[in-house]
Design a protein around this ligand. Structure first.
Ligand SMILES: Cc1ncc(COP(=O)(O)O)c(C=O)c1O
Length: 463
């Protein structure tokens, strides 16, 4: 008889489906439950709520749009919100320097499919890559290369390129064909690799795998430019992304940037990879695109890819009934207009750097805090049992979840995750405040988070 899968080796979900408080409403960076308890949302939920809650301009824009039409089906109509959002996203992808930062016009990220969430955005990114190679007669290019400890989503394709042990386990055997390279962490470079050479080392791993598989069989390399929940806000080592770009171009392998969490301005530039001076062929965004006001994501791809898809098939063969939903696009237009008008990316870049430094100072006294890292308003705190060896806590202790739980009891929402090292061991906590968080609110987050760390460390396993 086949052995049944056991329960996960660690208590994974401190906010499991039972016993959750009922949400009532939110205003700014605060959320209230129906008992009247107030929570400071230090992670913007799962790194989503970039404008906080109850933004009157966004809700008004959605209502105005809904008063006009329930939904304009994409094969029958286009719409003002959809076209406006396409323009806004194209401009945002080009960066503050406009077309210059994307260099070659064929590389311009000016084509896109709007979807409903991050998993769909990644799923469509994989499909666009496969369709592109098929259209060019390269049907052998079917395999994806990804990194261990990265998360790309819960649909079968996106799950197939993800490495989140518990979430994959029940579906093994039915996932897409993918190679996994080791995680790239400046906090944990492989033995014998100096931190300064990590970018080159990690890029060389990719090239070696492309050559091992055979370039003619590889469709794309997918990665999170700043690894979110699975890595704990791990930024790329210097030079890594650029080398990856060169290697992919050299072997005809498409480069997919999963910016579902780190994109839409969360790291202080609209595209996280803008800071590495790299333009991918395909990019997935979602969370911050409409800031949680409506379900919205996008698969964005280059002009060159669009031309190939249009010539072969008339366009991308992906998307669903609600793709490009008019009210969701209206939410995206409103959110992105406010982000640009209120210069929130500049705010995230400058306040994010100060926030990270202040957090590092406030948490330095806890031996268990091994690393504080990230970009902009995407910050990861990695907890270790031993600072010198960087050894993790035993997974049974579920320390990240315990600290997350202490914070939640105290009315502070943060994003705790375990298993960032090998799927089982490792404890990280993400802080991803809304872009509108004031300096005073950021200070309050630091003080309350430090209190939660103190309380969590004081609790014994299972206590
Ligand atoms: C990097 C990344 N990609 C994809 C996804 C999947 O997005 P969603 O949960 O909206 O489907 C997530 C979700 O956390 C993510 O962080």
């Amino acid at each position: 008889m086949t052995k049944a899968r056991g329960a996960s080796s660690r208590a994974r979900s401190w906010t499991g489906s039972r016993g959750l408080p009922k949400v009532s409403h939110g205003t700014g960076i605060y959320v209230y439950d129906t008992s009247g308890k107030r929570y400071l949302d230090a992670s913007g939920g799962p790194a989503v709520y970039c404008l906080g809650h109850g933004h009157p301009e966004v809700t008004a824009a959605i209502v105005r749009q809904l008063e006009r039409i329930a939904h304009g089906y994409r094969y029958t109509f286009t719409s003002d919100p959809l076209e406006q959002l396409r323009e806004i996203v194209t401009r945002a992808c080009a960066g503050p320097d406009g077309a210059r930062s994307t260099g070659d016009p064929a590389r311009r990220l000016d084509s896109m499919v709007f979807v409903c969430d991050g998993s769909e955005a990644v799923e469509s990114a994989l499909k666009v890559a496969l369709q592109y190679h098929s259209a060019r007669g390269e049907m052998t290019r079917r395999r994806f290369i990804a990194r261990r400890r990265s998360w790309h989503g819960n649909t079968l394709g996106a799950l197939g390129v993800s490495d989140f042990l518990d979430r994959r386990a029940p579906f093994e055997g039915a996932l897409v064909d993918a190679s996994f390279l080791p995680q790239v962490s400046m906090y944990r470079p492989p033995a014998g690799v100096a931190p300064g050479s990590l970018g080159a080392h990690a890029a060389a791993e990719l090239e070696a795998e492309i050559l091992r598989v055979g370039p003619e069989r590889v469709a794309a390399f997918i990665f999170e430019p700043v690894v979110g929940a699975a890595g704990g806000a791990l930024p790329p080592p210097p030079g890594y992304a650029q080398r990856v770009r060169e290697i992919c171009s050299r072997h005809g392998v498409l480069l997919i940037a999963d910016e579902v969490m780190c994109g839409s301005g969360r790291t202080g530039t609209w595209r996280a990879l803008e800071q590495d001076a790299v333009v991918p062929d395909i990019m997935a965004v979602a969370k911050g695109l409409a800031g949680g006001y409506q379900p919205l994501g996008a698969t964005i791809y280059s002009h060159a890819i669009a031309e190939v898809l249009e010539a072969a098939d008339g366009g991308p063969l992906t998307g669903h009934t609600f793709s490009g939903h008019t009210a969701a696009c209206a939410a995206g237009v409103a959110v992105q207009t406010i982000v640009a008008r209120d210069r929130l990316l500049e705010r995230v870049a400058s306040a994010g750097a100060r926030f990270q430094t202040a957090l590092r100072e406030a948490l330095g006294r806890y031996e268990a805090v091994g690393d504080v890292r990230g970009r902009g308003f995407l910050i990861g705190i990695e907890l270790v049992a031993d600072r010198a060896t960087r050894a993790p806590f035993p997974p049974e202790r579920a320390l990240a979840e315990t600290i997350g739980s202490c914070a939640f009891e105290d009315g502070l929402i943060c994003y705790a995750a375990g298993g960032n090292l090998d799927g089982v061991a490792g404890d990280i906590i993400l802080l991803a405040p809304p872009y509108i968080a004031t300096d005073a609110e950021l200070e309050e987050i630091i003080a309350r988070f430090a209190r939660a760390v103190e309380r969590g460390l004081g609790k014994r396993a299972g206590g």
